[in-house]
Design a protein. Structure first.
Length: 436
């Protein structure tokens, strides 16, 4: 099996077959050198322990995601590759290469497709969706099959006034090697998949959010601003984060079609993927990362981070249930003013004694902790959500943190350590977090 750059792992020297002693010695030397270099560079405080590091010599880690069975981490790279590592030992097990080498093939978004419980077919399992800066969406089967690429969708810029609407057009699609005509492509930055795996949404530089039917990947809706002077009901700049509500699987009637978005226009918005305009708007968060937006399903609280030095590291917002269920009319007198006056339930402020940090990541870690990570100060913080005291941190990273994928044990294993997979520059770090 090929390796992905240099790997340092706490248990990397165990279990190697005798025929690979020479190769193991060479890898161990490289791993020891990398581990020593990493530990001399970074500062780890509190109940975090560095488990492993994977270094990619000529590419950057852009996004990392955890599989639904918690067995794999998928890492999207600036080269367009997607690589899969075991959560147990951070061993590379699969690698998906783009079918064509294109300029700016960067993987900007990844989502493991929720398993379809009604289907016993293997092709409906082990699927991952990826979007790219080239404006493409690809569906992959990632468990080592001969033809892993199932389809490619080329997303194009919306037509100008007077041209036919995309819902009346067939977007360019390529099936296992078929060729699609290229036109003015839409740079994509994020995507999300509905809890029932029937739909997915993509967002990018244009500000609109497109909704696709999963099976045939047909465009079924465009969620966008009405550009009315009297109301805000959509994004007017790039969309950087998308997230379906986590309660959609347990409560499909209430949340199955509900998703959130965040972008450069300093708003976070609630949507129903069957409607054209947003249902509620939170003003303030300058969202610039695919992981800068999260929802706690227990408290129904939204967590955001902003890529601005003068803003709070983290902000907590109350999810607007009435709006999500279509019970709020944005045209009613006072509603737009209420949204403009909306304030977060709580904030984690910048540390005045250190360099300001610009957020790419905001994650809930169970019911006890919150996680922040970003650039400028190049750090990661874990904070007690009750006291807002920092309990652990990683600082002095060579690059900013773009993405984090937490692995939380089941509630029955509450004392078992959590794991974090962290994308920063050309490295993937994994840490163990001892929860108290």
């Amino acid at each position: 099996m090929s390796t992905a750059g240099s790997v340092y792992a706490a248990d990397s020297a165990r279990g190697a077959p005798s025929s690979s002693v020479g190769r193991k010695t060479s890898m161990a030397t490289s791993a020891d050198s990398l581990s020593a270099r990493v530990m001399s560079e970074i500062s780890v405080i509190g109940s975090l322990t560095l488990n492993s590091v994977v270094e990619f010599p000529d590419e950057e880690c852009m996004v990392v995601r955890l599989s639904h069975d918690k067995a794999l981490w998928a890492v999207g790279l600036s080269s367009g590759k997607i690589q899969f590592f075991t959560t147990e030992s951070c061993t590379l097990v699969y690698s998906l290469d783009p079918p064509e080498r294109k300029e700016n093939e960067t993987v900007t978004g990844l989502v493991f497709v929720p398993p379809d419980p009604s289907s016993q077919k293997t092709e409906r399992q082990h699927l991952i969706l990826a979007c790219y800066a080239t404006g493409q969406v690809r569906l992959w089967h990632y468990t080592g099959v001969a033809n892993p690429l199932l389809w490619t969708l080329q997303v194009e810029a919306l037509p100008q006034e007077g041209e036919s609407h995309p819902q009346q057009q067939s977007e360019k699609s390529r099936q296992r090697g078929g060729k699609a005509k290229e036109s003015e492509n839409q740079q994509l930055l994020c995507l999300a998949c509905s809890p029932d795996s029937q739909r997915f949404v993509v967002g990018g530089v244009g500000g609109e959010i497109r909704v696709y039917e999963f099976r045939r990947h047909n465009l079924i809706n465009v969620c966008q601003s009405s550009y009315s002077v009297n109301r805000v009901d959509g994004h007017r700049n790039r969309v950087c984060a998308l997230l379906y509500h986590p309660l959609g699987r347990q409560m499909p009637a209430d949340y199955g079609h509900v998703f959130l978005s965040g972008g450069w226009d300093n708003t976070v918005q609630i949507w129903d993927d069957r409607r054209g305009h947003s249902l509620w708007v939170y003003f303030g968060p300058h969202v610039c990362g695919t992981d800068a937006l999260d929802i706690d399903p227990l408290q129904n609280h939204i967590l955001t981070s902003s890529w601005e030095r003068h803003r709070a590291l983290l902000q907590v917002w109350k999810f607007q249930d009435e709006a999500a269920r279509g019970r709020v009319d944005l045209d009613e007198p006072g509603v737009q003013e209420d949204m403009l006056k909306g304030r977060p339930l709580g904030e984690l402020q910048q540390d005045p004694l250190t360099a300001p940090s610009m957020g790419y990541v905001a994650q809930w870690l169970g019911d006890q902790y919150m996680l922040f990570a970003g650039s400028n100060a190049n750090l990661l913080k874990i904070v007690d959500r009750g006291t807002l005291n920092m309990v652990a941190s990683v600082s002095d990273l060579p690059k900013g943190v773009y993405s984090v994928a937490p692995l939380l044990p089941d509630s029955s294993d509450s004392r078992k350590p959590a794991k974090l997979s962290v994308c920063s520059g050309n490295r993937l770090y994994t840490f163990r977090f001892e929860r108290k």
